[in-house]
Design a protein around this ligand. Structure first.
Ligand SMILES: [Ca+2]
Ligand SMILES: [Ca+2]
Ligand SMILES: [Ca+2]
Ligand SMILES: [Ca+2]
Length: 320
């Protein structure tokens, strides 16, 4: 799915740290209403919400020669995560922007930075993604399949290690220049056209403390509750029996066997005491194959959603 052109070695770390709440922007409101502050909103760029996605349509500006494209940049302060030793930022995005725009820091950028010398600067096009931490360090390029959404994820373990994932695969890892979560840290997002117009669709942007494996506590806040259920449901839908849950769903792997399935749902229900009971009861049906149980999981999740509805934004408790 992804092909890396340069990869550093890595050592997985485990760290026990103080926990902070996860911020999530799910593309169901405009960034200004979702907690983001504008930095650049140049030449009336196209921006709208549709089906839980944030659309950015970047075209050329009238009256400029040579052409200058529209641009939108937003930022959020990360000061509340100062000192966090295991931090993630994950964003799911689609773009048709051309790779020839990358030298102009377009069509899509996602940056985790601090006021010192440490940053993780991602530039993303439809078929090529780039990570630049410093011009004096190797710049990483990773080819990605065009015309589809990709899930990008950065994990930062203080000054010890960083890991870059695309669609759950490690594509780069190494020792950071330092801890990014020191001295005025922040996160920026961008959509921009320079010489090629583009459309970018953001499904979500999430960041915060990495939840402990098997904890059921996605947002590292207030134990296990409705907000966690919203993400548990997503993990169960994307995993299933024997399917690797991926780095963003380890917290939902309640029995530590690598996947998120009916058994995990039962475990989640054990700590949450909520809706999973309907799934776990049906999951006890004997003689079903893995595929059947995966389909059963999906079917039951649909029924549960139909009976109870999906959690509202209020229930989910989006941070704004
Ligand atoms: Ca979304
Ligand atoms: Ca929680
Ligand atoms: Ca399992
Ligand atoms: Ca499991």
């Amino acid at each position: 799915m992804v092909r890396k052109t340069l990869v550093s070695g890595f050592v997985l770390l485990s760290a026990v740290v103080a926990r902070g709440e996860v911020f999530s922007y799910e593309g169901d409101s405009l960034p200004l209403d979702g907690g983001w502050s504008p930095i650049v909103f140049f030449c009336d760029p196209g921006e709208w919400i549709e089906d839980g996605m944030l659309f950015h349509r970047m075209e050329f500006c009238e009256g400029y020669n040579p052409p200058v494209g529209q641009q939108v940049d937003y930022t959020r302060d990360l000061s509340e995560y100062l000192g966090t030793e295991n931090f993630f930022a994950e964003w799911r995005v689609w773009t048709d922007g051309d790779r020839s725009e990358i030298p102009f820091v377009a069509p899509v950028a996602f940056v985790v930075f601090n006021g010192g010398s440490v940053d993780y600067h991602f530039t993303i096009s439809n078929d090529l993604a780039k990570l630049n931490r410093d011009n004096f360090l190797p710049i990483i390029f990773v080819e990605v399949n065009p015309d589809t959404f990709h899930t990008y994820r950065l994990e930062s373990y203080g000054s010890e290690q960083y890991i870059w994932y695309i669609d759950g695969e490690i594509v780069d890892s190494g020792k950071p220049e330092g801890d990014v979560l020191t001295h005025q840290p922040g996160v920026n997002i961008r959509a921009k056209a320079r010489f090629v117009e583009s459309t970018t669709i953001w499904d979500y942007i999430r960041y915060g403390d990495i939840a402990e494996d098997g904890s059921g506590d996605f947002d590292s806040a207030d134990g296990v509750g409705l907000r966690d259920w919203r993400y548990f449901e997503e993990c169960a839908g994307n995993s299933g029996i024997g399917v690797d849950a991926g780095p963003g769903c380890r917290w939902a792997d309640m029995d530590w066997d690598g996947d998120v399935d009916l058994v995990d749902c039962a475990g989640f229900q054990g700590v949450f005491g909520g809706r999973c009971i309907y799934v776990s009861l049906l999951g006890k049906k004997e003689g079903a194959s893995g595929t059947q149980l995966t389909r059963l999981t999906e079917a039951v999740l649909r029924i549960v959603r139909w009976i109870f509805g999906s959690p509202t934004s209020e229930e989910v408790g989006h941070t704004t």
